[in-house]
Design a protein around this ligand. Structure first.
Ligand code: ITT
Length: 190
């Protein structure tokens, strides 16, 4: 059994990690550690900075997830500011910003980083394309799920739920890419 912890304050992320990794025999606990928040231009920069901090503090087998929603017609906003934008504007505020915009294209991106006990690092980034809906729909998931419709779907992430979200989502894809790399790298515990 492999055991890793996820450093996050977001229960929705933790649920998606557990859902995806438990079937691969990887247990995910919640880490009580924290990283200093930096303002960077990319998700990967944030993750790299945090991994460096963990290394310095000798914290191992911890995963980090930095993710965001990038809206084409808003020049990629909220992007790396997604957490702040969700807290301040919420889904309603984003819909208001897009009131008169015909181009609804957007994508979610997720960067996962992990520092293993042997000192090796894994960093993967994956995304999912879609569009911003005209109104909020659905009650499952978290964050901007009620306003994001992935390509090939007519329902939002909040309508389809974790079982259908994980196979196609930015995070689901990143977790699977991460797991493939991980299983060749992590030391197994009994
Ligand atoms: P931690 O940093 O503690 O992990 P956070 O919620 O602040 O939690 P981020 O900094 O990565 O996480 O912020 C990303 C924001 O983007 C998050 O708060 C959500 O509002 C949104 N987001 C990211 N992934 C999402 C998803 O799968 N579904 C809906 N919204 C998502």
């Amino acid at each position: 059994m492999i055991s890793l912890s996820l450093m996050t304050s977001n229960p929705g992320k933790l649920r998606e990690f557990r859902h995806e990794l438990s079937s691969l025999g990887i247990e995910v606990t919640k880490s009580s550690e924290d990283c200093e928040e930096i303002q960077a231009e990319t998700l990967e920069e944030v993750v790299r900075y945090c991994l460096k901090d963990l290394k310095r503090r000798k914290i191992r087998d911890v995963m980090i997830d930095d993710s965001g929603l990038f809206i084409d017609s808003l020049g990629g906003f909220p992007g790396v500011y997604s957490s702040y934008a969700f807290k301040t504007l919420g889904c309603k505020g984003i819909l208001k910003l897009m009131d008169r915009l015909d181009d609804r294209k957007a994508h979610f991106s997720c960067c996962i980083g992990c520092l293993l006990r042997g000192g090796k690092e894994i960093i993967v980034t994956e995304g999912v394309k879609g569009r911003i809906s005209a109104e909020e729909r659905g009650s499952q998931g978290f964050g901007f799920d009620p306003i994001f419709v992935p390509d090939g779907e007519s329902r939002t992430f909040a309508e389809i739920g974790i079982e259908e979200k994980n196979p196609i989502s930015h995070r689901g894809r990143a977790i699977r890419a991460f797991a493939i790399t991980l299983t060749g790298k992590v030391e197994r515990t009994k």
